[in-house]
Design a protein around this ligand. Structure first.
Ligand code: SF4
Ligand code: SF4
Length: 249
């Protein structure tokens, strides 16, 4: 079987999503044997422009990111966004709330003009994205499942139901019963309710489900006197680039 040639790229981000691939542990050997990794920003020094699949971490936050992304999109047949920064802009979008010039001044002071920074955007604002492994960081199993599906020519199955469903499967006590706020009713599942399972409210790192007004855990929200709109207000930590409240209406 011909192995798919894969490039793993990092735009503006912390490198944590690429690290998740390197931390695949038991699955790493199978992963490396199943594909031909020709470029891996964080792991190998060789560079190649001969790949079919691009796994891209990080948001577009500099003019250099724009150039690199557009080049990758010319080469790759399939683009997979890896992680929150790439999928929704992630934490980097918080900068946009201040405005680029103000944010540069706050961080770099009188050296701000040395910095190549533009308004942060997720990669699908520039290029067509075929699949998303969401989350900060994404789960290792989801990255592996997407790549496995691509190898056998299947469409990867990405959940479009809320984190609450995973909590129910795990028999978790709902955090609202403990007086803790949680974005689980409107956040796309796939992390196996990672935060609520550790008694920590979901902060929406996997982004919202499609059509939250239809697919959210509306009954649960009603029980606590909340609406979808109320909870969407808090969605800015990882999703400030997307006008979520507008999109959901
Ligand atoms: S609101 Fe949070 S803690 Fe409660 S069921 Fe949903 S995901 Fe779990
Ligand atoms: S529970 Fe929410 S914040 Fe935590 S990993 Fe899952 S989607 Fe992200």
């Amino acid at each position: 079987m011909i192995k798919p040639r894969i490039g793993v790229f990092g735009l503006t981000g912390c490198g944590g999503c690429q690290l998740e691939i390197l931390n695949l542990e038991d699955d790493l050997i199978d992963f490396v044997n199943a594909v031909d990794i020709v470029h891996f920003t964080e792991a190998i020094t060789e560079h190649s422009d001969n790949y079919e699949v691009a796994l891209i971490e990080g948001s577009v936050s500099t003019n250099h990111d724009v150039e690199r992304l557009e080049h990758i999109a010319k080469v790759a047949k399939i683009i997979v966004a890896i992680g929150a920064c790439s999928s929704t802009g992630g934490l980097n979008c918080l900068k946009n709330l201040y405005g680029v010039e103000k944010a540069k001044e706050l961080v770099y002071g009188d050296k701000k003009d040395w910095i190549d920074a533009i308004e942060t955007k997720p990669i699908d604002e520039y290029v067509k994205v075929d699949y998303y492994a969401r989350g900060c960081p994404p789960t290792r199993s989801e990255i592996v499942d997407i790549v496995k599906s691509l190898i056998v020519g299947k469409t990867p199955e990405i959940p479009n139901y809320p984190v609450c469903i995973e909590c129910k499967k795990l028999n978790n006590t709902c955090l609202y019963d403990l007086g803790i706020a949680c974005m689980g009713p409107v956040t796309r599942a796939g992390c196996n309710a990672r935060c609520p399972s550790s008694i920590s409210g979901c902060e929406g790192c996997r982004g919202p489900i499609d059509e939250p007004n239809i697919n959210a855990q509306i009954d649960l929200l009603k029980k606590y006197g909340l609406t979808v709109e109320d909870i969407m207000e808090g969605f800015n930590l990882y999703n400030a680039c997307k006008k979520i409240t507008d999109k959901s209406k």
